[in-house]
Design a protein around this ligand. Structure first.
Ligand code: NAD
Length: 356
């Protein structure tokens, strides 16, 4: 029996997470045994307990095998002091649980090619996974600061830094993810300019010897940014550092044009993970049964694959999502003439009904 924490959070979080839970419950009838427990997080936890990440929620998050996360935040919390802000819950969870690997797939379902700003033939069938290192790099490297500059005025400085250990462990996540897909891994760096990237390329190449069944290539980040727009289907899995991954994963998500469809995972060294849609709490549509629950449902599918070892169940969920789209069912964000518009709840029910 695997243990799951359900942290639904704020805004549309509870609505979309309820549909993901309904899909997981439907799988239980098919033999996937899960013990799910809810806990407050974000603004909802601040309202209830004065803390966006109460001790009881953190304790639960540490005990379980995986966390299904909704979204946190909202305009009513924007004036709070930083430690009380909802997004602190997510930052603390990442830190406390050592979630160093961020996995973001960008998939374009054939029925949704028109949602992309790119030509249909460029993105139709796109299925790329970006593995981004999440806890190192120039975002955390010391020293950093703003100081008086030689010759007058001030200068800002940051330190790009990766240890061999950090590169090895994120490279392994990339190779293992590629093994679950079409066995191609592209490592993105800036080794022609940066020392950090030279070490990165050397270490990734060495780790690659342990995975002879995965075809490893290297690409400079500027070229990768271009190739993602020119011919994104050339990629299977991309592994890269924190800053390059931050930028490339947002670029890749826009190829799909549908923020309500994209899941993500953040993993620790033992493949325990936190799974969440890439979108926020969408306060503008919260409580209206209007949000697209498919990103949350696909996050649950990623959880089945990467933390629970239930690959077959993950495929069942992904096929059910593809099936409802093929049936022309859409939430408001993706509705177009000739398709049937559903609410959040009804879309969740349609996915449950489409499970094979
Ligand atoms: P957002 O992703 O919440 O919304 C951006 C736009 O996309 C909105 O128009 C929204 O209606 C739409 N949208 C988002 N999810 C949707 C869905 N499932 N179905 C249909 N439409 C959807 O981003 P934002 O407006 O910049 O942020 C709102 C709040 O969410 C802020 O408080 C922000 O801090 C927070 N936020 C939280 C997370 C997180 O929990 N991981 C991530 C990003 C933003």
């Amino acid at each position: 029996m695997k243990k799951i924490a359900i942290l639904a959070g704020d805004g549309v979080g509870p609505e979309i997470t309820a549909q993901a839970v309904a899909v997981l419950e439907a799988l239980e009838h098919g033999g996937v045994k899960l013990a799910m427990q809810e806990a407050p997080v974000g603004g909802a936890a601040y309202d209830a307990a004065g803390d966006p990440l109460p001790e009881s929620t953190l304790k639960l998050a540490k005990e379980v095998d995986a966390i299904l996360f909704g979204s946190v935040g909202g305009p009513q919390y924007d004036a709070l002091p930083r430690p009380k802000r909802p997004e602190q819950a997510l930052l603390r969870l990442r830190k406390e649980l050592g979630l160093f690997a961020n996995l973001r797939p960008a998939t374009v379902h054939p029925q949704l090619v028109n949602a992309s700003t790119l030509r249909p033939e460029v993105v139709s069938g796109l299925d790329v996974l970006i593995v981004r290192e999440l806890t190192g790099d120039i975002y955390f490297g010391q020293p950093r600061g703003i100081r008086p500059a030689e010759g007058g005025g001030r200068e800002g400085f940051d330190t790009m830094r990766y240890t061999e250990h950090e590169i090895v462990r994120i490279a392994r996540v990339g190779f293992l993810a590629a093994r679950k897909r079409s066995r191609r891994l592209c490592s993105v760096d800036k080794a022609n300019v940066l020392e950090t990237s030279q070490l990165w390329r050397e270490v990734v190449t060495a780790v690659g010897k342990e995975y002879p069944d995965v075809a490893l290539t290297h690409m400079y980040v500027d070229n990768a940014a271009m190739q993602l727009l020119r011919d994104p289907k050339q990629f299977d899995v991309i592994v890269t550092g924190n800053m390059f991954g931050d930028i490339l994963s947002d670029e890749a998500s826009m190829l799909t044009g549908s923020i309500g469809m994209l899941p993500s995972a953040s993993l620790d060294e033992r493949s325990k993970g936190l799974y969440e849609p890439i979108h926020g709490s969408a306060p503008d549509i919260a409580g209206k049964n209007a949000a697209n629950p498919l990103a949350a449902i696909l996050s649950a599918a990623m959880m089945l694959r990467y933390s629970l070892g239930e690959d077959a169940a993950a495929v069942r969920v992904e096929r059910a999502v593809a099936k409802v789209l093929a049936q022309g069912l859409r939430t408001a964000d993706l509705h177009e003439p000739g398709t049937t518009r559903l609410g959040t709840r009804e879309m969740g029910e349609a996915v449950v009904a489409a499970l094979e």
